[in-house]
Design a protein around this ligand. Structure first.
Ligand SMILES: Nc1ncnc2c1ncn2[C@@H]1O[C@H](COP(=O)(O)OP(=O)(O)OP(=O)(O)O)[C@@H](O)[C@H]1O
Ligand SMILES: [Mg+2]
Length: 231
């Protein structure tokens, strides 16, 4: 369980996160929505230790990891798939996964991973550069899983993917949910978020302003969209 309380982050003099409160219970998928520039990626980057928080706490399994360095956060059990995926273009699918494996994966050994991502299994020996955008995204997620994370942070996995591929991605994320993987998912694609998340939360200017189940979100979607999400 990841519990973020009163999280504040500055970039120099810019006060970006202004008291973020968010809980990601074990085995749940929590979606974080919001317009461009409200601080969604900054939230993930702060949890990961890539930006130091200026206040608040980030508890992972009851331990406050706020201010820890990225490698310590990773060791504590947080895996992060940034925007843009960043896989190794010259390594094959298998090599990309293997380099991320610190010790032999307990929860996610290669056969289990490849069973979850059939398109990667077919392309196991292809180089990263020769994968489609969707396959690269799947690979980035597979690579994050081999560290057996307690929580997985995904930053806009649907970005730049065709609708059909987004649907495939939704299927994969739903399978992860069935396997009890805990995910904090940042998304601009509301349909994807609605399809996979247990709760949807909306951020405005560095603060959480709304949170609901998908059912309730759907019922209130028109209003939430026009108030908080569309420009
Ligand atoms: N390294 C940085 N230095 C200074 N300001 C930054 C830095 N990174 C982001 N910002 C600013 O912080 C604010 C929040 O950025 P962030 O990337 O968290 O937004 P976001 O919600 O992820 O937006 P998007 O939907 O565009 O990805 C923005 O105003 C952005 O310009
Ligand atoms: Mg972002």
């Amino acid at each position: 369980m990841l519990v973020i309380k009163g999280l504040n982050t500055h970039y120099g003099a810019s006060h970006i996160l202004q008291g973020v409160d968010l809980e990601v219970p074990d085995g749940r998928i929590i979606a974080l929505l919001g317009r461009n520039g409200v601080g969604k990626s900054t939230t993930l980057r702060t949890v990961m230790g890539l930006v130091p928080p200026s206040g608040g706490s980030i508890e992972l399994g009851g331990i406050n990891i706020a201010g820890w360095r990225p490698h310590q956060v990773a060791r504590a059990g947080v895996a992060y798939v940034p925007e843009g995926r960043l896989i190794f273009p010259d390594l094959t699918v298998i090599e990309n996964i293997k380099v991320a494996e610190r010790v032999p994966a307990r929860a996610w050994p290669l056969p289990r991973l490849l069973a979850l991502f059939p398109s990667l299994r077919e392309r196991a020996r292809n180089r990263g550069a020769n994968l489609s955008g969707g396959e690269q995204q799947m690979l980035a997620i597979a690579r994050a899983l081999v560290s057996d994370p307690k929580v997985l942070l995904l930053d806009e996995p649907s970005q730049g993917l065709a609708p059909l591929v987004v649907r495939e991605l939704a299927g994969v994320i739903r399978k992860l949910r069935d396997e009890n993987v805990t995910i904090l998912l940042v998304e601009q694609n509301m349909k994807l978020a609605e399809a996979v998340a247990d709760e949807l939360h909306v951020m405005v200017k560095g603060r959480m302003v709304y949170g609901a189940t998908p059912e309730r979100f759907r019922a209130e979607e028109q209003e939430i969209r026009s108030r908080y999400l569309t420009v």
